[in-house]
Design a protein around this ligand. Sequence first.
Ligand code: 1PW
Length: 206
Amino acid sequence: MAETSPDAKPLRKISVAFKDLADTVNSQSSDVEVASFSQASSLVSPLISCLGIAFKFAEIDYVAKVDDLVEASKSIHTLQSMIDRDVQANTVRKVGSHTRNLLRVKRGLDLVRVLFEQIMVTDGDSIKDPLSKAYEEVFAPHHGWAIRMAVAAGMYTLPTKQQLLITLNEDESSASVQMQNYVTASAPLIQYIEKLFLSRELGIDW
Ligand code: 1PW
């Protein structure tokens, strides 16, 4: 029955959800809803847990921030209005604010985007180089020494690509299709979120 259960293909679920969001962004006719964004982002959490126990702290941090956005979606309709509320309340950079959490979750989605890109162009069975590159590009500039060391240590207990594929219930070619779908879909969404920050002169490097 595992084949037909809804969680049997987590990569497929991710790529479908982000394709929907990308369609919204690309249509330019409606704003991205907090509900659909947070729901799609929550599908990425199982992927982080596949990276092993050493990344449990990253998963806990990511899940908490996505949960905060899920909670926000009960009273706030769009990402735009969520940010504007924090601007008005002067809480954009406040620890735990929805806008701050959105910026962190956006980085998580960007990390997965670069990770998938790197996995697809890297030979061999190790995902250490792909994840290291993604981390260096997306998160390392924003993390202090202690977190960077914990991440570096976690790189030595990663599953192999084959182990990851088994956990995700994919083979090499089906995984490539879904990863490419996510890479294609997430790019315009990430740009859209960055533009929400930059057009309000909130910065994205904090
Ligand atoms: C989708 C994420 C994939 C995770 C695997 C790669 C490792 C990424 C490492 C994340 C590190 C989490 C540790 C917590 C750091 C927080 O200090 C920081 N959060 C993030 C996501 O950078 C800032 O959070 P704050 O101060 O806004 O609560």
